[in-house]
Design a protein around this ligand. Structure first.
Ligand SMILES: *Cc1c(COP(=O)(O)O)cnc(C)c1O
Length: 403
């Protein structure tokens, strides 16, 4: 229902243009429909719309025009037929699991996934009889070996938080499809500006809109993108019953964020590459993790899979052989910054700095943390748009004074 043929346009154009049609007022910026229900012209029309026989908005838990604009725009950018928006990234993951899995089913995931994802799939869903196997992120053979007759879903996240390890999306799609199961990819870190998993065979693409899609650290949001048959027939109906909707206000904020996603990702990734190269040569830094560096073990795959760009997240390790000493060094670097924000969010125009072992990955067991390679000396930097020289000086203050 757009005035143009969206199939003929590039993602950059759709990122600013794709939306539901303008209202009778001709607003240029997309309208914010902050309304929980929609007035019906007559009882018979209401009956047809509630029965799903006729298009038309009824109640915002079912659908809302501002939310539809966000869904259409994100689907266009990911190159999928459809998308469904959710209240947060975690509710998008919950939605996929609730819609596609039942007791006795099995999921294969990476052992380096986002901490809450591991808690949800390995912990909460286990209470409902869903089994899971967590395999090393980069080991394609381990993914293949973990598939069982009860497997229904392979779930990957690439690159990962915080170590920026990659999955080969095409290779995992082949494994999934040979076994007749689905591949879901959490595309939060690269975003469709750099990586379009559906083009590489992923069946579902999952987003935390809270990160780069909003891009300015304002609202929580999530989404799942995929084919009509999965999104409209399996996922969206479950939202109507379960209510993990995205609010229209948050949808509007993220919708506007999508307009600048591509230029933000390019600029923030360029800053991240400059910082990563500088960190790599700093004597106090033991190791730097960034897919855009030639030293990254999967640099070539990253360049192929992520449009030749490394992304905006850099992690690095500071010294101390003992865990306590490494932690003290990391805390010293973090506490010496004056510009970087000590906050767990990422994907913001403001650079954020965190100590994963005690924050985002603090709820994991020691065994899970060491399997994920997250030590006490590790620092994660989600690079924003501040001037590069100011960011370097901010980090140098702590690094140069490490003993
Ligand atoms: C933040 C994040 C999520 C969860 O998203 P929320 O919007 O915080 O619920 C999921 N996956 C990844 C990779 C994330 O970084």
């Amino acid at each position: 229902m757009t005035a143009f043929d969206s199939t003929a346009l590039h993602p950059d154009t759709l990122a600013v243009r794709q939306a539901v049609p303008r209202s009778q007022f001709g607003e240029h910026s997309e309208a914010l429909y902050l309304s929980s229900s929609f007035v019906q012209p007559d009882a018979a029309t209401a009956a047809r719309r509630f029965a799903g026989e006729e298009e038309g908005y009824t109640y915002t838990r079912t659908a809302n025009p501002t939310v539809t604009s966000f869904e259409q725009r994100l689907a266009a950018m990911e190159g999928t037929q459809a998308a469904v928006a959710t209240a947060s990234g975690m509710s998008a993951i919950l939605l996929v699991c609730l819609a596609l899995l039942k007791a006795g089913d099995h999921v294969v995931c990476s052992q380096s996934m986002f901490g809450s994802t591991m808690k949800l799939i390995g912990g909460e869903l286990a209470r409902f009889g869903v089994q899971s196997t967590f395999v090393p992120q980069t080991d394609v053979a381990a993914w293949r070996a973990a598939v069982r007759p009860e497997t229904r879903l392979l779930f990957a996240e690439t690159p990962t938080n915080p170590l920026t390890e990659l999955c080969d999306i095409r290779a995992l799609a082949d494994i999934a499809h040979e076994a007749g199961v689905l591949l879901a990819v959490d595309n939060c870190f690269a975003s469709p500006a750099l990586q379009r998993p559906a083009e590489m065979g992923a069946d579902l693409v999952i987003h935390s809109g809270t990160k780069f899609l909003d891009g300015q650290g304002r609202v929580m949001a999530g989404a799942v993108c995929g084919p009509h048959a999965l999104i409209e027939e399996k996922l969206a109906p479950l939202i109507r019953s379960a209510g993990m909707n995205l609010s229209p206000f948050n949808a509007w904020v993220v919708l506007k964020g999508l307009e600048t996603l591509s230029i933000r990702m390019q600029a923030q990734s360029a800053h991240a590459l400059a910082i990563a190269s500088w960190l790599e040569s700093h004597p106090a830094v033991r190791r730097t993790f960034y897919p855009g560096l030639a030293s990254h073990p999967q640099h070539e795959l990253a360049m192929r899979q992520q449009s030749g760009v490394g992304g905006a997240v850099v992690s690095f390790v500071v010294g101390g052989a003992e865990a306590a000493a490494a932690r003290a060094s990391a805390f010293h670097v973090i506490d010496s910054t004056r510009i970087c924000s000590i906050t767990a969010n990422l994907g913001d125009t403001k650079t954020t700095i965190t100590h994963p072992a005690s924050t985002s990955h603090g709820r994991l067991t020691d065994a899970q943390r060491s399997a994920a390679g997250i030590g006490q000396g590790l620092i994660r930097l989600a690079v924003g748009l501040e001037h590069i020289d100011d960011l370097k000086a901010d980090l140098a203050r702590g690094l140069d004074s490490l003993k």
